[in-house]
Design a protein around this ligand. Structure first.
Ligand code: 16G
Ligand code: ZN
Length: 536
């Protein structure tokens, strides 16, 4: 107790106005970096408790604010298998962070230990990393103080992408077991990806150069590093990394990156887009990916998370068929309410695969995807991955092929399962997956874009007095509260052809978001404006 008290005194939490609390949201704690020192310290206390509760397995802590501006930062916890912190524990995080004094903090900490039957003498281990934000440096020092005060073994992996940290947590915990996920080092991550990429390509060549915009975030140096592990000529891999300046923090996510491209529906202005060149953007911590190109005739064309999802589902579905496993393995595609209706129709009617809709936030999609042998999940914003169950991995390895085609399908599936990050969406790994699929199909980005036509859509952010008054149901597609609002939205939607709209409270900002889709661009805009006025 004394050690925690003394350390906590060095990392005070900035009090909020009366009646307001810090909450562990969809992305952990995220806000202006200068508010985060005490919060990060307390997250360290929780991570040590979590490790002790989880039989001393390693827990991860990542310091990042993803696509937010440079002045922000954030901190979140990663569970032993590399997935997000169990939801029940988010409340404990909130309780620790909002304790009003150092003494109360120790009280909450000890009460959690008693209530959760945690042996505070058991060993604990926490592995951590941070993105390139300058504030990350002092925040991990606060974290380290908490780990020190609680006698927790700490492994500092320094600067990483978010998905690399998730990988390292799982690799650390599975080392030396039959389920070993990979060598628990940054090099181990690159080696695993490079080896699996080679196996998945199976002698194919990539169809044209690719420009990768790294949002001036951690993805830049990490992608450069990864490329050293790939024999480029062998695969015709011609990647130009742009917006990879991490030495000028103020330009992080500024007019570039996956979030900019998705929300503004245009290419980053710098470097000047070259017509026809295949391009993609990562976000500031390299867990989101959006593809696009500027067409000399039709202008900017974007291939977002829904496109990546349907591309992966179509390719993997075909492989499973050729591998003779269609009756054995259940494939499911998980989306959120933001998924373009045309993608949902394509997946259900053309690919004949089930689509499940969940609330926004990776943890929800990940959880549902785990219920399938092959669970494909992507948010429209480009965050997602494909999960393979132990049964699926077993089937890829153990099935006796009756033909060369069947053998090729089984081997490609096994390679994909190694290439695709199984812990969380990973822009670098997802990009390699997309390149493998396009190489197999011999597709250009235009071929990919031709699979279906997006319904025109519009997303607006609406300032509201108190976003907590907005309560949703049906995977955020309908409002329960404020009373009467949903009826008004229904009336508005009825006025348009092929229309759909919903409003929900943001999980990361004090605002509501409205999404509308309709047969034409002007109708989608009009409907979004109407719904915005209803909830204002
Ligand atoms: C967070 C989520 C992201 C989600 C976004 C929605 C994770 C790792 N990140 O960034 O998946 O799309 O929040 O933000 O879960 P919103 O609630 O403000 O619309
Ligand atoms: Zn991110």
């Amino acid at each position: 107790d004394q050690a925690i008290l003394a350390a906590s005194a060095k990392h005070p939490v900035v009090p909020l106005e009366k009646g307001r609390f810090y909450t562990y949201g969809t992305a952990g704690f995220r806000m202006k970096a200068d508010l985060l020192d005490g919060i990060t310290f307390r997250v360290g206390l929780l991570a040590s408790l979590r490790s002790r509760k989880q039989n001393s397995r390693a827990i991860g802590v990542m310091v990042t604010a993803s696509h937010n501006p440079a002045a922000d930062n954030g901190v979140k916890i990663v569970d032993p298998l590399g997935d997000m912190l169990e939801q029940e524990w988010e409340h404990y995080a909130t309780a620790l962070v909002n304790a009003p004094s150092d003494e109360k903090l120790v009280e909450v900490y000890n009460r959690l230990a008693v209530d959760l039957k945690i042996d505070l003498k058991a060993p604990a281990k926490v592995v951590y990393g941070r993105d390139t934000r300058p504030s990350g440096h002092t925040l991990v020092a606060a974290l380290a103080d908490a780990l020190d005060a609680t006698n927790t073994e700490a492994v500092d992996f320094k600067i990483l992408t978010t998905p690399q940290l998730h990988y390292l947590v799982r690799a650390t915990n599975s080392e030396g077991t039959p389920l070993a996920y990979g060598t628990p080092s940054e090099t181990g991550y690159y080696e695993k990806l490079a080896e699996a990429f080679g196996r998945a390509m199976r002698g194919r060549k990539i169809n044209g150069p690719l420009v990768v915009d790294c949002a001036n975030g951690v993805g830049g140096p990490k992608l450069q590093e990864f490329l050293k592990y790939i024999p480029k000529e062998k695969y015709n891999l011609d990647v130009t990394v742009v917006n990879d300046d991490v030495l000028r923090p103020e330009i992080l996510n500024l007019e570039c990156g996956a979030d900019f491209v998705k929300t503004r529906q245009r290419a980053p202005p710098n470097p000047k887009p070259q017509p026809g060149v295949r391009s993609c953007s990562l976000d500031g911590d390299a867990d989101r990916l959006i593809y696009y190109w500027v067409d000399p005739d039709s202008g900017f064309v974007m291939l977002d998370g829904d496109r990546i999802s349907s591309l992966a589902a179509s390719f993997i579905g075909d492989l499973v068929e050729t591998a003779g496993l269609r009756d054995e393995l259940r494939i499911g595609v998980v989306q959120t309410a933001y998924a373009n209706g045309a993608s949902t129709t394509y997946i259900t009617q053309h690919l004949k695969l089930p689509v499940i809709c969940t609330p926004t936030g990776v943890k929800h999609l990940h959880h549902v995807a785990q219920g399938y042998d092959i669970g494909v999940y992507f948010e429209a914003n480009g965050h997602g991955t494909v999960l393979f169950s132990p049964d699926a991995l077993q089937a890829f390895r153990k099935t006796q092929p009756q033909s060369p085609a069947q053998k090729e399908a089984l081997d490609t599936l096994a390679a994909l399962a190694d290439l695709i990050n199984q812990t969380v969406g990973d822009a670098i790994s997802d990009m390699l997956m997309v390149e493998v699929i396009l190489a197999h199909k011999k597709w250009t980005l235009r071929d990919w874009a031709m699979t279906y036509t997006d319904l025109p859509n519009r997303l607006v952010r609406v300032e509201v007095g108190n976003k907590d008054l907005f309560e949703t149901t049906d995977a955020e597609r309908r409002l329960l509260r404020p009373e009467g609002a949903q009826e008004e939205i229904d009336q508005a939607v009825k006025k348009y052809k092929d229309a759909r709209a919903f409003a929900r409270a943001s999980g990361t900002e004090n605002a509501c978001r409205v999404y509308a889709e309709a047969a034409t661009r002007s109708e989608a805009n009009e409907l979004a404006e109407r719904v915005a006025r209803i909830i204002e």
